[in-house]
Design a protein around this ligand. Structure first.
Ligand SMILES: NC(=O)C1=CN([C@@H]2O[C@H](COP(=O)(O)OP(=O)(O)OC[C@H]3O[C@@H](n4cnc5c(N)ncnc54)[C@H](O)[C@@H]3O)[C@@H](O)[C@H]2O)C=CC1
Ligand SMILES: O=C(O)C(=O)COP(=O)(O)O
Length: 524
């Protein structure tokens, strides 16, 4: 008998496949109420309220699967779960429409002051002049993050006769064209929009995306909306811009700390709030609960699960053989993603030599998951990488080359974007390890790990010295340095490694230095 702990409030009807299954026992309780029997559960089902920490996982010795009845898995320590061999699944599209509709409800409420007017009338006032609103038709909506939810918002905004400006670095031109939206830079979205709504995952890149500096670039009188994740808008910065009147109002469904008991934003009349209700409809809850319930049944029946976001399903023996290539490919994907900052149409992988005898599909998926990791809300892994790439219009090709090179095996990847392309080649040699031996046609040789800088420059006397001095002046210690060039005086590259991550300001300063063409920070 498999025991499942349902720790958050989840649709009973959606749970039917579990409740009716004779080999499954469902217990609906908060974690704190079953502390002494946590070790007995085989599965844990949660929404966003239960925080699944490493400590909790260590108490759940029998746990095999965690199911998130929703999208965001930021309340689950997926790394700890993976380490513990626990599969994590989610329901990526069951609540898309409800969240988009809630965002739209927040937008209309915000610009027509509906919550404030409601309170006023119920307090027996009849004050029509204080609640004069703003029409949506003809206004510009800025959407940051055009994934599943952002896309549904865009369609609805078009129906309301709004113009839509979008910032999503991973959005292809054709998708934007199909939707009739303008795909542009973050700065354009900030400066041109009357209303800005965020729909990205909360990641290193999107934390405080609407910062002091970025809010300063917005129109005076702008409205902002966050129905994605607390922390994408810097709450302190928002307080400042509400206080000085630059931001006319905000609609917030999510907060950095939930519930937001001690949050200054709640004190503003022009801020309207809901308690993380985006996905709270009967339909969305039924969808997400039944999606994960069916997946859990499959999992216990030994069938493959389709929405796993962490573990691959390979035998240990096969995995051990491909592991070095699998890790190399993942690093190559991460390097490509950090060097190629634009929408990508194609990822082509070519294997040569001994590696072609292995299960390369799995290696390719590892590469793809490294490449997509920072671009989507839910964690990407080998199980879901190809599907996510397809959804995002990225064609993914794999081929074998018989051409002989100086390496006994190699993986070469070409990523083609709308304007540029980028090529990388990596090798694995037993007892030597994994190396990157080519970047964009430049021969090089470095270990893909740690904190790196990729600098493209002109091969002129003094460039390397200038970079060294610039970093030395700000006390940044270079651990290793590699240079590569195609011809004397032509284009050249440097790969520098450091003991700690570099500050973004350092990258900006280097970028301005003489003879430097481009600088990319790579964290692996
Ligand atoms: N309030 C609520 O109850 C709910 C909130 N959510 C949250 O909404 C957010 C969006 O969810 P989905 O649309 O389902 O995810 P998605 O993965 O379909 O879309 C996310 C989009 O953000 C884009 N993106 C990633 N990094 C970016 C960056 N630095 N700048 C601009 N765009 C970037 C990606 O390219 C992608 O298109 C997530 O944070 C999710 O957790 C989801 C459901 C309910
Ligand atoms: O699916 C998501 O990412 C959500 O934020 C929904 O959260 P909830 O399941 O309503 O606690």
């Amino acid at each position: 008998m498999f025991q499942i702990l349902v720790a958050d409030s989840i649709s009973e009807e959606g749970l039917a496949p579990l409740i009716s299954n004779e080999s499954i026992r469902v217990i609906q309780n908060k974690v704190s109420e079953v502390e002494d029997i946590l070790h007995e559960f085989d599965a844990l089902l949660v929404r966003s309220a239960t925080i699944v920490t490493e400590e909790l996982l260590s108490k759940m010795k029998n746990l095999q699967i965690i199911a998130r009845a929703g999208v965001g898995v930021d309340n689950i320590d997926v790394t700890a779960a993976t380490k513990q061999g626990v599969v994590v699944i989610n329901a990526p599209d069951g609540n898309t429409l409800s969240t988009a509709e809630h965002t739209f409800a927040m937008m209309t409420s915000l610009v027509r002051h509906i919550p404030q007017a409601n309170i006023s009338v119920k307090s027996r006032n009849w004050n029509r002049t204080s609640f004069v609103g703003t029409e949506l038709a003809g206004k510009c909506l800025g959407i940051i993050g055009l994934g599943r939810i952002g896309t549904e918002i865009a369609k609805r905004a078009k129906a309301f006769s709004m113009t839509v400006q979008v910032y999503d670095p991973f959005l292809t031109h054709s998708k934007a064209e199909d939707l009739g939206v303008i795909s542009t830079s973050l700065d354009d979205v900030l400066s041109l929009s009357d209303i800005i709504t965020v729909h990205t995952p909360l990641t290193k890149e999107t934390k405080d995306l609407l910062s002091y500096d970025n809010l300063a670039k917005t129109k005076k009188g702008v409205y902002v909306i966050n129905c994605a994740r607390g922390g994408i808008i810097d709450e302190q910065a928002l307080v400042t811009y509400l206080e000085n009147g630059h931001v006319a109002g905000a609609a917030l469904d999510v907060f950095e700390v939930e519930p937001p008991l001690d949050n200054r934003l709640l004190e503003f009349e022009q801020v309207i709030v809901t308690p993380h209700l985006g996905a709270s409809t009967k339909e969305a809850q039924l969808n997400v609960a039944s999606q994960v319930a069916k997946e859990i049944v499959h999992f216990f029946e030994g069938k493959p699960v389709t929405s796993s976001i962490n573990l691959p399903t390979l035998s240990r023996e096969v995995f051990e053989k491909i592991q070095p290539y699998y890790e190399l490919a993942n690093k190559m994907g991460l390097i490509l993603s950090q060097c190629m900052k634009e929408a990508v149409k194609e990822v082509n992988i070519t294997y040569a030599g001994l590696v072609t005898e292995l299960e390369t599909t799995f290696i390719s998926k590892s590469l793809l998951s490294g490449f997509l990791k920072s671009r989507v809300a839910s964690t990407v892994n080998e199980v879901n990488a190809a599907l996510i790439a397809k959804e995002r219009g990225i064609t993914f090709g794999e081929s074998y080359s018989s051409s002989t090179s100086s390496f006994s095996n190699s993986i070469t990847v070409k990523v083609i974007g709308e304007k540029n392309s980028f090529t990388i080649q990596g090798i694995y040699v037993a007892d030597y390890g994994t190396r990157i031996v080519m970047l964009n046609g430049f021969k090089i040789d470095f270990n893909p790990s740690g904190h790196l800088l990729y600098i493209q420059h002109t091969d002129r006397p003094g460039v390397i010295g200038r970079v060294g001095k610039l970093l030395g002046d700000i006390e940044v210690n270079i651990a290793t340095m590699q240079v590569g060039r195609k011809e004397i005086g032509g284009e050249a590259i440097m790969i520098l490694s450091f003991d700690a991550p570099l500050q973004d300001d350092t990258v900006k300063t280097l970028q301005k230095s003489q003879d430097i063409v481009s600088v990319r920070k790579i964290d692996l």
